[in-house]
Design a protein around this ligand. Structure first.
Ligand code: SAH
Ligand code: SF4
Ligand code: F3S
Length: 464
């Protein structure tokens, strides 16, 4: 992009980190990164936090307390955008109280021109804006801002750079997300992600393995491999590695006891992957397989490249080969042109596949996507269908959860139960939540727990 290779670039940023470390205005200063959106953003925020801590900032407990406040934004639906604008209003008051406060915005929303224009006009007190492709440039941008005092906007349209090995801090000591690829090439007609995250790029498998070995040596026991469509991992790389090959290799790393992944596109989930999961107890019994719609007509208008029958067959193969697997999904209701009969088809697929969990979203038009220029449905028409879908998924996932009641399952202890400090909360391989007495366990341990009582979406268990 700028003629420099990725290693030289990270070296250059390290020099800015050093310069900032030496600046008097950093002493005693605090940072906070607020994250909206998906696991990709969560992971990016860990990288941002790592860089800020390296510079000498300590983590703040609240937004008011922060001397540098970073919002890592999401724009997948309109309500994500609205939440940011609401928060920015409140920020103004924090900044009035702390004149030196720096407000920075980054993430998916910043890749949209109309957003940048609006922030320029209505939120001039924002100090730094960067995007999804140049997160690694934060040291340089912050240094420039501290030196110059003027608003800095640096947005790249796309990139082929993958800058590795800048520091990151993990939110949890025992688990972390790991990017295996960036971007998306699928262009589902409703979705903004390919426009804001750029073209699909896979990381080199050796780099991924080396990174995870480092985490394992540092006490991480669970990793989640992250990509918008992990099933197309490896395309464009010289080595002929598939996602199934990669995940098999990750599961062999000493110290890693559970491997999750997110997200699988149904159009190319391979039999090789199903077999790899079936053969490998370390790989989580959880497949998130977004359906979006159960109507062939809508699936085609969404540019999803599978049919309802193709999807049902795939889910049946998963249920047959990995009987304990939880299958979860995303569903959109209210896509342009969707009729009540189309929604009947979606409900029919839900009843056949019997999802263990599902996120149901109301369709939200995104500027610049093909679906945004189609004729939109009236809100009153969408609401009853949304409710029908929601009721169906809730009923079925409750019934599904009951199938593990009474079973003894391996649980990763993830934290204290928010409602009862004598208990812990953890997750089984299928991703369901379990609450249980502490019984001398530590956060990050694995324990055998009997799932005594299914409470709908979680279990109460006892430690064996
Ligand atoms: N790459 C993932 C999805 C990432 S976005 C995949 O393809 O599976 C997460 C979810 O947000 C999507 O699965 C979809 O259900 C929902 N979504 C994306 N764009 C949307 C829009 N414009 N309106 C409503 N929901 C949307
Ligand atoms: Fe969006 Fe489709 Fe890519 Fe998922 S696969 S991120 S829904 S374009
Ligand atoms: Fe949102 Fe960007 Fe993730 S738009 S869902 S944060 S990829």
């Amino acid at each position: 992009m700028n003629g420099m290779n990725d290693r030289e670039e990270s070296q250059r940023q390290r020099e800015y980190i050093k310069k900032i470390q030496g600046m008097p205005q950093i002493t005693g200063r605090k940072y906070l990164v607020v994250t909206f959106g998906c696991q990709m953003n969560e992971r990016d925020s860990e990288k941002i936090a790592g860089v800020l801590e390296e510079m000498g900032y300590a983590r703040a407990c609240s937004e008011e307390e922060a001397d540098i406040l970073i919002y890592n934004t999401c724009t997948v639906r309109d309500n994500a955008d609205k939440r940011l604008y609401g928060r920015l209003g409140v920020c103004k008051q924090h900044k009035n109280a702390n004149k030196d406060m720096i407000i920075a915005l980054c993430g998916c929303m910043m890749q949209e021109e109309h957003v940048i224009n609006k922030i320029r006009q209505s939120y001039p007190y924002v100090d730094i804006i960067f995007g999804t492709h140049n997160i690694f440039k934060l040291p340089e941008l912050l240094y420039t801002r501290l030196e110059s005092g003027s608003q800095i906007i640096d947005i790249w349209k796309d990139t082929d750079e993958i800058v590795e090995d800048l520091p990151s801090v993990r939110k949890y000591p025992f688990k972390t997300g790991v990017n295996i690829m960036f971007g998306c090439n699928n262009f589902c007609s409703y979705c903004i992600v390919p426009y804001v995250r750029g073209r699909e790029r896979s990381r080199n498998p050796k780099e991924i393995i080396r990174e995870i070995e480092g985490y394992a040596a540092d006490g991480v026991v669970e990793v989640m491999l992250l990509g918008q469509n992990v099933n197309s991992y490896g395309k464009g790389l010289d080595s002929r590695v598939t996602f199934a090959g990669l995940i098999g290799e990750v599961a062999r790393i000493d110290g890693i006891r559970r491997v999750r992944f997110m997200t699988s596109h149904p159009k190319d989930l391979s039999d090789e992957l199903i077999q790899t999961i079936a053969d490998n107890e370390k790989i989580a019994r959880h497949i998130h397989l977004p359906l979006q719609s159960g109507s062939d007509r809508i699936l085609s208008a969404m540019n999803r490249h599978y049919t309802r029958q193709g999807y049902i067959d795939l889910a049946e193969r998963i249920r047959r080969e990995i009987p304990d697997a939880a299958i979860t999904t995303d569903i959109i209701v209210g896509f342009p042109g969707e009729s009540d009969e189309d929604v009947d088809d979606t409900i029919d697929v839900i009843e056949r596949v019997r999802y263990d969990g599902a996120f149901t979203f109301e369709y939200s038009p995104r500027t610049g996507t093909p679906a945004a220029s189609m004729t939109q449905l009236a809100k009153e028409k969408v609401q009853p269908n949304f409710d029908r879908v929601l009721q169906t998924v809730q009923r079925i996932s409750k019934e599904q959860a009951a199938r593990f009641e009474g079973r003894v399952m391996e649980v990763l202890v993830e934290g204290e139960d928010e409602k009862d400090s004598t208990r812990y909360t953890g997750r089984i391989s299928q991703n369901n939540v379990v609450h249980f007495p502490k019984s001398g366990l530590k956060i990050g341990d694995f324990a055998q727990i009997r799932l005594d009582k299914c409470k709908g979406f979680y279990y109460n268990g006892i430690v064996l």
